[in-house]
Design a protein around this ligand. Structure first.
Ligand code: COS
Length: 382
């Protein structure tokens, strides 16, 4: 349900202030410690950020996709590691449950997800199933009143803190593709479930990814999400939505970097004047601004279409493709405008340059987005 304009503006303003006053001063420290401080997580809870996308009847803010994207842009104006804390609860970790959960499943978990007491995580990727996500090998075998899960998942965001996983596992080994896959809601405390170490990454220090291993984990039948064989479609629909959310963060980081570039270019003097007066610098700023505006427009248009009930598989893929590539270019130009200062840690630009690299990879690589865009365009005939 959409908010009235005044409430929406208040929400955006509150988050903008939180980002400026609380998160931005903590960016470098968070990266150095590889940890988002507990007090920041508690403040995010108090602001309702874990429940942005959870329906109001379960204690969330019930934002529309457009509103969620506007919030995502604000959260993108700081280190994306902060957004990652709430990212799975707002997006891929909760949306299978929101879209396909039974009344009982929703009533059991969504209030805790909305408040942030329950951290959720989305376990699709495996060592041998990355871009080819229909190839999942984790097995789920029905045995009486439970499915027995065996297998392992890789690069699972927030797995270290998660209380509840949405797990895609193969229930039909005779079917190679997606229609042999089912989705399950798997509480962390079930015996046989273990979480591996936090991986060392290129960027977004403070956000964590882990392996998740299942050894004879008995998942009650009532925890299946959707019907048998529907798990792949659950995952794809969750990702359609997730790709829009990621796009909004890309737009936010780009806007932040452009503002940083303008401030630096006005202050930094060479050849006797601010480098902002040189047209080659202006050209880079103009390219970044144009592309950020284009990504924002595409994101909003797609979000509004989704809110109107349209299927946006193509548009969400196109938005994610464009926005994630765009922020990579913007970050590269930012390093160039900052020059030597862009390469050293103190200015934060090199950190954001590393942080944004993952946007072209997770929730579907740029190449997978191209595949989806081309397939859908060919299907539509133009
Ligand atoms: N919404 C609803 N249904 C969808 C769908 C979507 N967005 N995408 C695919 N499906 C359905 C198809 O309609 C098809 O249904 P039928 O069997 O009834 O015809 C079924 O799912 C299989 O789809 P498809 O044939 O397109 O599957 P493929 O294996 O060829 O390819 C891609 C699917 C490559 C698009 C998919 O594997 C993908 O998105 N990969 C990237 C995964 C990813 O983003 N990983 C990141 C990890 S999570 S952070």
């Amino acid at each position: 349900m959409a908010l009235d304009l005044e409430t929406r503006n208040q929400l955006i303003e509150t988050i903008r202030r939180f980002v400026a006053e609380r998160l931005r001063p903590m960016e470098a420290q968070t990266a150095d410690d590889n940890l988002v401080p507990d007090e920041i997580v508690a403040e995010m809870r108090d602001l309702g950020l874990f429940g942005l996308s959870i329906p109001e009847e379960f204690g969330g803010l019930g934002l529309s996709m457009e509103e969620e994207c506007l919030v995502g842009v604000e959260l993108g104006c700081t280190s994306p590691a902060f957004r990652s804390v709430i990212g799975t609860n707002v997006g891929i970790g909760s949306q299978g449950l929101v879209m396909f959960g039974t009344d009982e499943q929703k009533a059991r978990w969504l209030p805790g997800v909305a408040s942030g007491e329950i951290i959720t995580s989305f376990a699709l990727t495996e060592p041998e199933a990355g871009s080819d996500s229909a190839a999942v090998q984790t097995r789920a075998v029905l045995d009486g009143d439970a499915y027995v899960l065996n297998g392992s998942k890789r690069f699972i965001t927030n797995a270290g803190k998660a209380h509840l996983f949405t797990v895609m596992a193969r229930t039909n080994p005779d079917v190679k593709g997606g229609s042999g896959v089912s989705a399950f809601l798997v509480p962390r405390d079930l015996p046989g479930l273990t979480v591996g170490k936090s991986e060392k990454k290129m960027g977004q220090q403070g956000a964590h990814i882990h392996d998740v291993i299942f050894e004879n984990v008995r998942v009650p039948v009532e925890n299946r999400l959707g019907g048998e064989g529907e798990g792949f479609k659950v995952a794809m629909q969750v990702l359609d939505r997730g790709r829009l959310h990621i796009s909004s963060v890309c737009v936010g980081v780009a806007e932040r970097l452009i503002a940083d570039c303008v401030a630096y270019a006005n202050e930094r003097k060479q050849f006797g004047k601010p480098i902002a007066e040189f047209q080659l610098i202006q050209g880079m700023i103009a390219d970044s601004k144009t592309e950020a505006l284009a990504a924002r427009a595409l994101m909003l248009e797609t979000a509004r279409k989704r809110d109107a009930g349209e299927t946006v598989t193509l548009e969400a893929a196109a938005t994610k493709y464009y926005a994630s590539e765009m922020v990579g270019r913007v970050a590269d130009r930012a390093v160039q405008i900052f020059g030597g200062a862009g390469y050293v840690a103190d200015y934060g630009v090199e950190r954001l340059y590393r942080d944004v690299r993952i946007f072209r990879i997770y929730e579907g690589t740029s190449q997978i987005q191209q595949v989806i865009i081309a397939r859908e365009t060919l299907k539509r005939g133009g």
